[in-house]
Design a protein around this ligand. Structure first.
Ligand code: VGL
Length: 203
């Protein structure tokens, strides 16, 4: 795995590494490998970050986001229903971490209760604090965004972060997309908005 220079004032945002996106109702190819790699990465780097934050899709009634005839771009099979097993963080995070992954997590936000909820910035923690407030309260000055899916929630979180003035990096080695084309289009948008996208190393 690549070694990244980490700004000690930055936060790591681990986006939606949830059961449904790995081996549940909306599996993303490479999800399990991604979850394990994220676990390993966090084991190695959690102390180097100002903050480690997880996001979770947490759908109650997300309207047209759920469809019986999904196009996998704007509409999807039902997934990550609030309170279900499918919405929990995937256990490969623990395997990669070598223990309880959540022991390294400083804040956890849930999003998408009544909408598509692509961006982690739509998320709130258990006490109702939104992601931006959490980051500002901890003096976070930059973001590394990784997870599932690069084509959707990783990209939306990165774009929202840039819009709020945070320098943002996306590490694709620690992310997977719903499709290659979707990932590539989304990462072009992130770059165009001023973000840094770090490609997967050649294998
Ligand atoms: C996501 C597709 C549908 C994501 C969420 O977490 O990137 N992708 N809903």
């Amino acid at each position: 795995m690549t070694t990244y220079d980490i700004d000690p004032t930055s936060a790591l945002i681990v986006v939606d590494v949830q059961n449904d996106f790995v081996d549940g109702s909306l599996p993303v190819s490479g999800g399990a490998e991604c979850a394990r790699a994220v676990g390993e990465y966090v084991a190695r780097t959690a102390d180097s970050y100002q903050l480690v934050v997880t996001t979770q899709d947490w759908h109650v009634d997300p309207g047209h986001h759920f469809s019986d005839e999904p196009d996998f771009e704007d509409t999807f099979p039902p997934h990550c229903r609030a309170g279900t097993e499918g919405a929990e963080l995937h256990p490969a995070l623990d395997e990669g971490f070598g223990g309880d992954f959540t022991s390294a997590v400083d804040a956890a936000v849930r999003k998408g209760q009544d909408n598509s909820g692509y961006s982690g910035f739509q998320g709130v923690d258990a006490s109702g604090r939104d992601l931006d407030s959490i980051l500002r309260a901890h003096g976070v000055a930059a973001l590394d965004v990784i997870g599932i899916a690069s084509s959707h929630c990783v990209a939306a979180t990165a774009l929202d972060g840039l819009e709020r003035g945070y320098p943002v990096r996306v590490m694709l080695e620690l992310s997977v997309g719903v499709s290659e084309a979707g990932e590539s289009e989304a990462m072009t948008r992130v770059r165009d908005a001023g973000g840094i996208v770090i490609e997967r190393p050649a294998t």
